[in-house]
Design a protein around this ligand. Structure first.
Ligand SMILES: [Zn+2]
Length: 344
């Protein structure tokens, strides 16, 4: 089985985007508040079939761990109530997708974060998504301010109530920022990769995983700058009298394969143990085009993993399937549950 651990619902019907526009407009003019969201199952199918589903079939991916469009989470927009309402709507859409295509998608939720609001505020929506909708994880934004980094680091006790709930529910988080409102950053080009790198460095300097030995994070986009600078991080940990990185972080921190070229995946696979790499493509998302140097889509990442000559068949099985089942402890049962629903 090939499990893509990083997919977003970027082929959402226009009515969802329109709903969000109205929700945001209503922050200044309540008369613009959206009515009930009306989207038919056929509208969902029409947009998904020629996008994520087509690419899954063409590229030999079996199932995607699927969450709302990350750049649209917009935690910095409005207030906590805005974020709760929008997160519920987006998570419900993911649930509908998983019901329509139970063999293709497993849900991961957007959290209703809001700048300055304690993360414990996300617990009810996390519980709803996991216990009622069958989701297996969440996306956690280390910077709800949208590029201004106003929250305490992910290792601060500020975040602990949410971590306690994640551990209790046995769900990991993918570290994932949303769009930036700081013009110094480009959302997917710099803000995403900066956040991945920043989260790793926060973990390196803390004893978070002493407090939460079973807490798990996936750092997407190949871990940002981390694998390329692995020597720098190892050296800094040593200078700080920290334990070796493997011992300090690699029971809790994992990297995905959303690196859109062969040399990048070669490096990732050389530096990071195969046990800590999860297959992912983030399609259809950040980069949509075809690489003129290869003739293949940049985000067709399975091809790169297949192309690493020194990974054994067993390593590849871990990257494509085994590690995802390990990092998302609820995944195996949820796949069976949804497959049974599909047969019924
Ligand atoms: Zn993403």
């Amino acid at each position: 089985m090939v499990i893509d651990c990083h997919g977003h619902y970027t082929s959402e019907p226009a009515a969802l985007l329109e709903y969000r526009k109205q929700q945001v407009a209503a922050l200044h003019d309540p008369s613009k508040a959206p009515g009930p969201l009306r989207i038919s199952d056929d509208e969902i199918r029409e947009k998904l079939e020629p996008a994520q589903l087509k690419f899954q079939r063409e590229r030999g991916t079996d199932i995607a761990i699927f969450s709302p469009r990350a750049s649209a989470m917009g935690h910095h927009v409005g207030n906590a109530a805005t974020s709760v309402a929008w997160s519920q709507i987006c998570n419900d859409m993911i649930h509908r997708v998983c019901n329509l295509y139970p063999r293709n998608f497993i849900g991961v939720c957007q959290l209703p974060q809001s700048p300055g609001v304690p993360p414990g505020n996300c617990i009810p929506e996390l519980e709803r998504c996991v216990n009622e909708l069958g989701f297996v994880g969440c996306n956690l934004n280390p910077d709800p301010s949208g590029g201004y980094w106003k929250e305490p680091p992910l290792t601060d006790r500020w975040w602990y109530p949410l971590y306690e709930k994640m551990v209790e529910l046995d769900v990991p988080a993918m570290v994932h920022v949303t769009a930036t409102c700081n013009p110094a950053f480009h959302t997917t080009g710099s803000h995403y990769l900066n956040a991945d790198t920043t989260a790793f460095m926060q973990f390196l300097t803390s004893d978070l995983f002493k407090d939460f030995p079973t807490l798990k994070f996936v750092i997407p986009h190949g871990g940002g700058a981390v694998p390329f600078h692995w020597g720098r991080y190892r050296g800094m940990a040593q200078d700080m009298k920290r334990p070796p990185l493997k011992e300090l972080l690699l029971n809790n921190v994992y990297f995905d394969t959303c690196v859109y070229h062969q040399p990048g995946i070669d490096l990732l696979a050389k530096v990071i143990p195969a046990d800590n790499i999860l297959f992912a493509s983030e399609m259809v998302g950040a980069v949509k085009g075809i690489d003129p140097e290869t003739g293949h889509y940049f985000d067709d990442t399975k091809r790169y993993v297949d192309g690493v000559p020194w990974l054994s068949a067993e390593d590849k099985r871990k990257i494509f399937e085994g590690n995802a089942l390990k990092v998302y402890p609820r995944l195996s049962k949820q796949i069976s549950r949804q497959a049974a629903a599909a047969r019924a």
